[in-house]
Design a protein around this ligand. Structure first.
Ligand SMILES: [Zn+2]
Length: 225
């Protein structure tokens, strides 16, 4: 006899206890927890999602425990976000951490009021889909901070290159740290640093990173000033 599917709502923090017998076939052979892939409807999409289920060893009927239901919702939300070109919780957390922002509040503070802490917490909890406007605001804040971080790293390397009196070590650091496709950024930075110290009438004497890139066989050419 089939028992209608019901999900008992449990209080948070109390572990769910599986029934001793299968609710579908009354077997007491126990359960397994395979990963299944299914197409699930979510909003205006049908999404292919892989998630863990609890399966009766006797009849093969599957159901979700509370943690499994929560995980399935998170997987579905993430699949939808990917489909819609929005941040997933994991991506957002990874980018926040890559900026060294361990707390959510720090990202909120950097957004100049564009992101609410409650919104950020909900997205990172992975059970809620943000709207496009919120996603754009978060993206813009992250990109601004990432640019600042990249600029600071660039400046640090440029300063090191100029103070270090050339040498292979600096060349190696420059090679490993720089994205050479961002040469224009590097040139701007070197010019800014060098021209501020150089005589105003002689900015043409300041060499650019392109010069060093083209002449990088000779590490003595590395120091711009
Ligand atoms: Zn069963």
């Amino acid at each position: 006899m089939k028992v209608p599917k019901t999900r008992k709502k449990l209080k948070r923090g109390i572990a769910q206890v599986l029934p001793a017998q299968c609710l579908y076939c009354d077997s007491d052979q126990g359960f397994e927890t395979p990963i299944v892939t299914r197409k699930l409807p979510f909003r205006d999409c049908t999404l292919e999602v892989s998630f863990e289920v609890t399966q009766c060893k006797a009849c093969g009927e599957t159901f979700l425990s509370e943690p499994q239901a929560e995980a399935q919702l998170k997987q579905t939300v993430a699949a939808y976000q990917k489909e819609a070109g929005l941040f997933t919780a994991a991506e957002l957390i990874a980018r926040r951490h890559a900026l060294g922002l361990r707390s959510q509040q720090k990202l909120v503070d950097a957004s100049s009021g564009a992101i609410a802490i409650a919104t950020l917490k909900r997205i990172e909890a992975g059970q809620w889909v943000q709207d496009k406007t919120t996603d754009i605001a978060i993206r813009a804040t992250l990109e601004t901070l990432e640019q600042k971080q990249a600029d600071a790293e660039l400046q640090r390397i440029c300063n090191q290159a100029m103070q270090g009196g050339a040498g292979t070590a600096v060349t190696e650091i420059a090679r490993s740290c720089f994205d050479w496709s961002k040469m224009s950024d590097m040139r701007t930075m070197v010019w800014t640093i060098c021209v501020s110290d150089a005589q105003p009438n002689e900015p043409k004497n300041v060499r650019t990173w392109e010069d060093y890139a083209s002449a990088d066989e000779d590490s003595n050419n590395l120091v711009p000033c």
